[in-house]
Design a protein around this ligand. Structure first.
Ligand code: GTP
Ligand code: MG
Length: 166
């Protein structure tokens, strides 16, 4: 079995834990429970195990982020799509861009809230592939799953057109 490390990283309340719960097919939790330091989840994909690191976003955990992203194949950076959060999130992406050997994408979450930027604008700011999302909508599970698988294939140097085999 091959284990592939993926991190979900971003500031507090942007929806990282919600998105991981969505991937696992769980009912979305509308109450905010901060992730204390880090949590782990796994997803099976054929002979591969995707090991997801759910990194706590609070300021007190930020000193550990560099360590947590070590040896990650894919970094999923989550923003809540507000202009203020997108600009802050760009700093995370700039740091991750300096880490060799991993791929970084962004999820423009909370596309249901007033004052959100659309994902094209966010992509122009963050300059990494950016996908719009509403993490509390269970109908988005498959969409998020395919984003993850496609991006993992790219990160591993495999042609994403092989998606048909999954
Ligand atoms: N309106 C809306 N709320 C969302 C969405 N995704 C998540 N939330 C809510 O946002 C809150 C925070 O979500 P979490 O997933 O716990 O946030 P987090 O990024 O894991 O936060 P930390 O663990 O502190 O880093 C919860 O109340 C969720 O229900 C979304 O797409 N739209
Ligand atoms: Mg969390």
């Amino acid at each position: 079995m091959v284990s592939i490390k993926t991190t979900f990283i971003g500031y507090p309340t942007v929806g990282k834990t919600t998105l991981i719960a969505l991937l696992k097919g769980k009912v979305p939790d509308l109450n905010y429970e901060p992730t204390m330091l880090i949590d782990f989840e796994t997803i099976q994909m054929k002979e591969h195990e995707i090991k997801i690191w759910d990194i706590g976003g609070q300021a007190s955990f930020e000193p550990y982020w560099d360590q947590f992203v070590e040896n990650s194949v894919l970094n999923v950076v989550v923003t809540d799509s507000t202009p203020q959060n997108v600009l802050k999130t760009k700093m995370i992406i700039e740091k991750l861009n300096k880490v060799k050997g991993s791929r970084t994408i962004a999820i423009a979450n909370k596309q249901d809230i007033d004052g959100r930027l659309n994902s094209n604008r966010i992509e122009n700011i963050l300059r990494v592939p950016t996908y719009p999302m509403v993490g509390i909508d269970p109908n988005n599970r498959e969409k998020l799953y395919y984003i993850l698988i496609r991006e993992l294939l790219i990160a591993c140097g495999t042609d994403p057109n092989e998606l048909g085999d999954i």
